[in-house]
Structure formats: C-alpha cells, structure tokens
Design a protein around this ligand. Structure first.
Ligand SMILES: *Cc1c(COP(=O)(O)O)cnc(C)c1O
Length: 395
C-alpha cells in the first residue's frame, strides 16, 4: 500500500487546479500589464482569481496581495507592521514559541534591528489562552503574530478571541493561516484579522504562490522594488498560472470543507486512538482543538528518522516535525515549546491526511507503526535499559 501522509509538508495538486493552470497558460498567456487584448485577457483572469480569493476570505479584492508563497507573505506582514510601529515609536512584538520559521526568523531579524519580541510559551496542550496574549500587550506593542493552526502538531489557536483583544487595544494582528486553510473556516472580518498569510501548495494548489490579506488602510511595505504590480506592494510580473491554480484550489477546498473535515475528524480520531495504544506513546497537542488532518506522536526510545525510513519502506510517507527542520539534527522547536525534552522530541511522528484518506489506510498506518516501533525498540539499548529498570520511562 502506498499512502501519502505528509499533507502538512505539501499536498498533491488537485485535478481541477491543474486543468485551470493549463487553460490559463494556453489562453491567458499575456502580461496582465499589457494594454493590448491578450494582456487584457490576462488581466481579467487575474482579477477573477483575486475575486475568488477575496470571496472565500470575506475581504475585498483590493486587500489581496499575491506573493510567492507563505514565507513571503509572513515576511511582508511582519516587516510592514514593524515599519509602521517604528514610525509610531512602538517597537514591541508579540508572538509564540511555536510559530513557523518564516515568522520566527523574520522576528529574529527585527530583534537585531532593535525591536523587542515577546515569544509566548506554549502550554502542553499547544493551545494559547487569549488571556496570555492580553497580559503581555504593552503600550508600545505594534504587532501580534500568532498562527491560526500549527503545521506540526495541528493545534488550532483561538484567533477570533485574540482578534478581539488586539482590536480593542489598537494592536495589529497577523495570523499565519497556511496550515489552517482548507481545514478551518476563515472570515477575516468576524475574526478581526488585520493580516493573514496563505500558501497554495498546502491546499492542493501549486507551489511557489501564496497571498497576503492586508486590511484596507494598513500600509504594506514592498519587499521587492520594480513595477507597480499588486498596487505597488509586490513588484514583478504576476505568476498568473500559479495564481489561477491557487484560486481554483482554494474555492474547491472551501466548498468541500465541512464535508471533508467531518470525514477526516473520524479518521484522525481512529488514527490517534490506534497509535495511542502503542506502549509509552504520547499525543502531541490537544486532542480536540486540532486540525482534522493531523496526528502527531512521540514514542519513548525511538529515533524519529529511523521510524520514518522504515515507514517509507512500508509505503507510508510521513514526517517527524516540519519538512524545513528534517535533515537537521535539532529536534522540533514546536515539540520543545510544548515541554517535550530533546530526547522525547527526537522520537516524533507526524501523519497528516487529506480528503482522499480511507479507513483501510488508517488501519494500515496504525499496524505498520506498531510493528516498526516494536522492531526499533528491540534493537535499542535505551529500551533495554528501560525494561531492565536501569532507566526511568519519560512517557
Ligand atoms: C508551509 C508553511 C509556511 C511556508 O509556506 P511556503 O509557501 O512553503 O513558503 C509558512 N507557515 C506555515 C504554518 C506553513 O505550514
């Protein structure tokens, strides 16, 4: 059996998005900035994609800025808010320790430029309390940036409540909704979000394209100089096929969200219950406030990389932590943030499903993980020590 269970790293492009991209490349090949009819046809295609994104998010078309992906959108939101803050003499930013590196590394750059960043610690549940955000706000806070859902442990943050607090205190709220999109409803007005990042390849669109929603009136800084595309906020000829693929994919995932979330929740819970029966295992992140697609576990005395390789041999494409950190020996900063020790965090497994998942596949993944964990433990001197009582179990 071949199962792709790494949908938090990237998703397979949908047939409908792929078809829309091919159609776009064939019939809307012009440059949307050209005045002739081929250019204008491309401009109409671009406007239509923008309208689709805006409709799904509940914002206006002029609040949509197309980018090269989630990373760029995160950077642009954060550097824009920082520039605005600096002008007003506000150089304090609030975020969390479990954010994506696109946010954390952008914040790190700002720290070097004299900004002060408060990273909220995560409770073991991986879900922040709005109160925790409120307590650290200061008069000189210019931005709160908290992700809508975590890409590693799948936990969903109370963004609407955080939005309420930020709006009351006159602080901008940015949310990285890259991992949440397609799984949880987004309404930027109701949730009082000022800026929001999306990435197409996380919801069955193409790679290399994303967007930033920026509420009207917020001055957005352009990260690249050049032409006046995207209202002067993002120079360079638009990635039209990518943008069309993104809008088509997003429309589809939003239309199917309720149905696929209901189906996925049942499968996820079956997966979590099954993996939870493996001795000395622990679920990472709250069981309920989590994406319907995500199961993330740590197993005592297991090395994540070995687990992945053996699962791969059994046809299961999984991950330990995020794709960006695999390949490095550092354990996931997200697992560390919820209090897992280095040792425990190394034995992590993330399985992320999509709408095509079946009960049969879930059962196969449970069985395969069970076998692989048992096999690795048989060979592990640490496990032997644990069994002989020379070491204490952590999980
Ligand atoms: C994937 C991801 C990103 C980065 O998006 P890219 O389009 O790959 O640059 C940012 N934030 C989160 C939460 C993600 O999961």
């Amino acid at each position: 059996m071949e199962i792709y269970a790494d949908n938090a790293a990237t998703t397979k492009i949908s047939d409908i998005a792929k078809a829309a991209m091919i159609e776009c490349m064939e019939s809307s090949f012009g440059n949307p900035s050209s005045l002739h009819s081929d250019g204008q046809r491309a401009a109409v295609t671009l406007a239509s994609a923008r309208r689709k994104m805006a409709q799904q998010l509940g914002c206006s078309e002029r609040e949509v800025i197309f980018t090269s992906g989630g990373t760029e959108a995160d950077n642009q939101a954060i550097f824009s808010a920082a520039a605005l803050g600096e002008k007003a003499g506000k150089k304090h930013i609030v975020s969390s320790a479990a954010e994506h590196h696109a946010v954390l590394h952008a914040l790190h750059r700002l720290e070097k430029q004299g900004f002060e960043v408060t990273l909220l610690p995560m409770p073991e549940s991986g879900v922040l309390s709005p109160k925790a955000v409120e307590t650290v706000l200061r008069d000189d806070t210019c931005l709160v940036t908290i992700m809508m859902a975590n890409n590693e442990i799948g936990t969903i943050q109370p963004i609407a409540e955080i939005g309420n607090i930020c709006r009351e205190r006159g602080v901008l709220l940015h949310t990285d909704a890259v991992a949440a999109s397609g799984y949880v409803p987004i309404d930027v007005v109701r949730q009082k979000i000022d800026m929001l990042s999306l990435s197409a390849h996380k919801f069955h669109g193409p790679k290399g394209v994303g967007m930033l929603y920026a509420r009207k009136g917020i001055k957005i800084l352009s990260l690249v100089e050049g032409g006046s595309q995207e209202g002067g906020k993002r120079a360079g000829t638009e990635n039209l096929p990518g943008i069309v693929g993104m809008a088509t994919a997003f429309e589809q995932v939003c239309a199917n969200m309720r149905e696929s979330a209901a189906k996925l929740t049942i499968l996820r819970d079956r997966l979590i219950d099954g993996l939870g029966k493996i001795p000395h295992s622990v679920l990472n992140g709250d069981k309920l406030a989590r994406l319907p697609s995500n199961a993330n576990f740590c197993f005592e005395a297991i090395e994540g990389e070995s687990l992945l390789l053996l699962l791969d041999q059994k046809g299961i494409r999984a991950s330990s932590g995020s794709a960006c950190t695999s390949g490095s020996l550092e354990p996931s900063h997200v697992l560390l943030s919820i209090g897992r020790s280095h040792e425990v965090a190394h034995g992590s497994l993330r399985l992320t499903l999509d709408h095509t998942a079946t009960e049969q596949e879930v059962d196969y993944m449970i069985e395969a993980t069970y076998q692989v964990v048992a096999r690795l433990r048989e060979m592990s001197p640490v496990w032997r020590d644990l069994q002989e009582g020379k070491r204490k179990y952590v999980i």
